[in-house]
Write a protein that binds this ligand. Sequence first.
Ligand code: GUN
Ligand code: ZN
Length: 347
Amino acid sequence: MLIERGRLRPFDGTITGADPFAVIENGALVTDDGEVVDCGTATAMIEAYPDAAIVDSSDLLTPGLTDSHIHYSQTRIIGTFGGGLLEWLESVTFPEEQKFEDPAYAREIAKEFFDTLEAVGTTAATVYCTSNPVSVDALFEEALTRNIRVSAGLVMMDRNAPSPLLTPAQEAYDQSRALIEKWHGADNARLTYTITPRFAPTSTPALLEAAAALWDEFPSCGMQTHLSENTAEVEWVRRLFPKAPDYLGVYEMFGLVGPGAIFAHAIHLTDREVGLLAESGSVVAHCPTANRFLASGRCDVARLLKAGVRVKLGSDIGAGTTFDMMEVAEEAEGVPKRGRPPAGALS
Ligand code: GUN
Ligand code: ZN
């Protein structure tokens, strides 16, 4: 047994209370053969585990960080400017994602991706692959060799993207289903599958139906997509799905709203959409560095939290500018900034 003594942030996953980010200065983490068994003040831990070896740590002792929205296929395009969301997808993102038809390239990027997650302390991630099944196998095969919890899925798209990235709805269903059977629950459920229709503009009604049919059949899978990131995108969705009351209403019409659903960005929302996100138990992945990089607008996180929406953080690599979830948290609304002087200290 080992006691690591240092600054400890015993975060239990709930962002509530007076100071959810409180740190115990004289804290300690107790591990047994690499597994965490306890934590608390150093005095209490030394008393409770008198036979354990003690080492001092200069690091912050914190639980592994979670990234609720990240595209591994965009690892190499971080910081590559291409205009606003829709222009950036076309000029930067889609060309990069086409490279993943090459299994060697997909494997190389999967390694680089997990190396980087490990370096920044991310131990759980919900991941987009590309629309090529090769990219999904490469990611999960590499994940088998790591110690990170991964949920990922094949991107489903059947319109409004370059043709090599498009897959007809039935084929996207068949490919996703085969990947679910192969990977969902693998390695003692450390690896799971998330059904991934990219977003409404690259989906025909048939594709959203296919995604919903998969989710019906495999309800323990997650479901992830993008929602109301950019005003031009919202307007485009209105034209593509004129019968829907709003953007979230498109996903609602097809049965893609509910617990287990993660909607990335969710910036430009009506009150009805906010209410529906809350009452359905859906999750919003707030991606503040990506929102800044693509000038998408400001996500009113306080409004979402006040309405009872579950909000998590995402790096959204490669629109996001850092893998480091501590830096993403710094950029997020309502989160105290680390390492900055208090207001007024410099005046
Ligand atoms: N909306 C649809 N696809 C994407 C993507 O790859 N990145 C971001 N930021 N938004 C999207
Ligand atoms: Zn995204």
